[in-house]
Design a protein. Structure first.
Ligand code: NAD
Length: 289
């Protein structure tokens, strides 16, 4: 299948390479020359512009930083150049309102579209083991699934347009709040004189058990290997967690949802990032607690 791929950064680079491995012909574009060269080395065809990438493609995947980038690429490059019925798959993490309006605009332009944000970081993008949460109509989902299977281990239909983004930010709000709760608990356990490993052994089989504790323990040397064991390098950057918490707060306000824990987690990550910690893994917030 001829697929256009726009946005070949940390995530998109590995994803586009997996489409090539699955036998697709990938027409790739990024504003960044180094990203474009990496994609070419992985077997993608270099496009001269986003519009050029779209010509002749059956599907267009975008993996861009934020809502305004996706809306601009859709408006300026994709809508004027995509053939009728082309399927647009936006895998970026963006706000729910922009995701919905992009899909509405795509349908009005005679195209099909889904929002399909991912769970899993750079390693999962490279390994082809991402989880995709997809919003859109049944037919568009079925078409998208055929493309996304080459880049992920799970492709789940979350609901109508925007539902993928809604699922993504709800999941990451839960992750942000549970990471903060896990960090403050581990710090308090130590202050109460508990051996961290002994407390981990207890909590991991008790009712406090959660993913941040047992799959991503924020203390070095405790639990499975995690970014804490690499001085909080790699993993999921605090700046990306903050981006998702901001999106979650925006969505909560629009929906009239009460989110006191998510809101506090957002404040704590705002402070953490403002203290020049944006590139460290989000579990490093334990050092402030
Ligand atoms: P990134 O900054 O590494 O990549 C984005 C790429 O988009 C860059 O190479 C940039 O040059 C390119 N770009 C920007 N505007 C463009 C345009 N108009 N035309 C063409 N290319 C353009 O970001 P990333 O880490 O790959 O993340 C991409 C998306 O995935 C974000 O929405 C992010 O929130 C989400 N995400 C990231 C992770 C992660 O761990 N990095 C995990 C899950 C989801």
């Amino acid at each position: 299948m001829k697929i256009a791929f726009i946005g070949l950064g940390n995530m998109g680079g590995g994803m586009a390479a997996n489409l090539v491995r699955a036998g697709h012909q990938v027409q790739a574009f990024d504003l960044n020359e180094a990203a474009l060269a990496r994609a070419e080395a992985a077997g993608c065809t270099r496009a001269l512009s986003a519009a050029d990438a779209v010509v002749g493609a059956v599907a267009v995947v975008t993996m861009l930083p934020a809502g305004q980038h996706v809306a601009a690429v859709y408006r300026d490059a994709i809508f004027p150049h995509a053939a009728p019925s082309t399927l647009l798959i936006d895998c970026s993490t963006i706000d729910v309102a922009t995701a919905r309006s992009n899909i509405e605009a795509a349908l009005a332009a005679g195209l099909e579209a889904v929002d399909a944000p991912v769970s899993g970081g750079i390693a999962a993008a490279e390994a082809g083991t991402l989880t995709f949460m997809v919003g859109g109509e049944d037919r568009a989902f079925e078409r998208a699934e055929a493309v996304l299977n080459a880049m992920g281990k799970a492709v789940i239909h979350a609901g109508a347009a925007g539902a993928g983004q809604a699922a993504k930010i709800c999941n990451n709000m839960l992750l942000g709040a549970s990471m903060v709760a896990t960090c403050e608990t581990m710090a308090m356990a130590q202050k109460l004189g508990l051996d961290p490993q002994r407390f981990y052994d207890i909590a991991s089989v008790s009712s406090g058990q959660n993913w941040a504790l047992t799959s991503y323990c924020p203390l070095p040397g405790v639990g499975p290997v995690s970014p804490a064991d690499r001085d909080y390098q790699g993993g999921f950057a605090a700046s990306l967690m903050l981006k998702d918490l901001r999106l979650a707060m925006e969505a909560a306000e629009l929906a009239g949802a009460a989110v006191p824990m998510g809101s506090r987690a957002r404040e704590l990550y705002e402070e953490f990032v403002a203290a020049d910690q944006q590139n460290r893994d989000f579990s490093a917030i334990i050092q402030t607690l």
